[in-house]
Ligand binder design. Structure first.
Ligand code: ZN
Length: 384
């Protein structure tokens, strides 16, 4: 049974139109003018409901992180909602995955990851705020650089996370509508080898090949993959050398790794830090770090999950947990701070990061009811 709410008359067509408008603004990575255009639209929609908005310019490009606040008379810790409005899609993708409806599905770049989720969260917040100020503040952060690792947004997300009672992340729902309660941590390794150049024909023995060294290091890193423990290493880029007939002086690789726990992260970084050259007279330079700490399923997530499950049932669908996923999100930052975090609460669909990306139209009204109900429970009806 679903509970009556002021959103009961929201039709899929209205949501499709609203989300379609957001999709029509292409928001490729690090493209300030295009990002800003959607940021302005979102802020305008927030202000129409009386919500307070703030633009936080990030980095040299001044990418706008939009902070939308439902102020509360109380000084309780906030409900933090995280969403990103950048997409992986380069400019022109709109032509290649034209926004359209085919049967149950609405297509468009960034529809599923994650303009629909961001839009629904904002609409729910706006609807609630129009009625009354919340009993505890709610903050929605619209992040402009999540798809490139949130390098610029991280400090703001963590600062706002420290003031939050819970964090809700509007990333796409997983297959079957499941939410996310754990994610692997993501890291990088960059290795540069400096060898000794020589003429490949005349003085081959004098040379020390940086490419040969990097090949050894690539194999050493890939060998750290341990599927049983959930640890993966991927050497994703390799470059070096100048010409066929020159023993290469310089080569480098870039690898990605994923870990399940912070203990694993420490261990992996220790191993990577201990990488040593295999070839005599070759120097190695290693840089490594965690882009996103692991989002481990903490016991305090349980209560939040149960609450969300009750709201989901009232909204017309069951909410289960997805198994551990290798993909990171901004939820990794809040979870690692110890803030109870529930992720993957956005729209249902498929094809994230592809040109067949789409959302399921029929899921939109119930997802809006869900956001409305969950925010109301957590912030408007909050007793403590
Ligand atoms: Zn995303």
């Amino acid at each position: 049974m679903t509970q009556a709410s002021p959103l009961d008359d929201v039709r899929p067509q209205a949501l499709v139109a609203g989300i379609g408008e957001w999709i029509a603004f292409e928001t490729p990575p690090h493209d300030e003018p295009h990002l800003r255009a959607l940021a302005e639209l979102a802020a305008h929609q927030a202000r129409q409901a009386g919500l307070r908005t703030e633009f936080i310019p990030l980095g040299e490009a001044r990418l706008p992180l939009v902070r939308i606040v439902a102020d509360s008379p109380s000084a309780q810790k906030a409900v933090l909602v995280l969403a990103h409005y950048d997409t992986v899609h380069p400019l022109g993708s709109l032509e290649r995955n034209r926004p359209r409806i085919e049967g149950e599905r609405m297509f468009g770049p960034g529809s599923y990851d994650m303009k629909a989720g961001a839009y629904l969260a904002l609409q729910a917040l706006a609807a609630l705020y129009r009625e009354a100020p919340p009993a505890r503040p709610v903050e929605l952060l619209l992040v402009p650089d999540e798809e490139t690792g949130s390098r610029l947004s991280r400090a703001t997300i963590e600062a706002r996370g420290r003031d939050a009672a819970v964090a809700l992340v509007a990333e796409p729902a997983r297959s079957g509508g499941h939410c996310v309660t754990s994610r692997k941590g993501t890291g990088f390794v960059q290795v540069t080898a400096m060898g000794r150049p020589s003429h490949a024909g005349v003085e081959h023995a004098k040379g020390r090949s940086a490419i040969r060294e990097i090949a050894h290091q690539a194999l050493a890193l890939e060998a750290m993959t341990d599927y049983a423990q959930g640890i993966t290493f991927n050497v994703g880029r390799i470059e070096g050398g100048t010409n066929r007939n020159v023993v290469p002086e310089r080569a480098s690789l870039l690898a990605d790794f994923r870990v399940v726990t912070s203990d694993q992260a420490e261990r992996v970084l220790r191993l990577v830090g201990a990488l040593a050259p295999v070839t005599e007279d070759v120097k190695l330079e290693v840089q490594a770090g965690l882009n996103r700490p692991p989002f481990e399923r903490a016991p305090h997530v349980e209560a939040l999950l149960r609450q969300a499950q009750r709201v989901a049932l009232r909204s017309g669908f069951p909410l289960d947990e997805a198994p551990l996923t290798g993909g990171g999100s901004d939820g990794n930052f809040t979870a690692a701070l110890g803030v109870p975090t529930l992720d993957g609460l956005g729209a249902e669909g498929d094809g994230a990061h592809t040109l067949h990306e789409h959302i399921l139209v029929a899921s939109l009204p119930q997802r809006l009811r869900f956001w409305h109900g969950l925010l109301r429970d957590l912030a408007w009806d909050a007793s403590s």
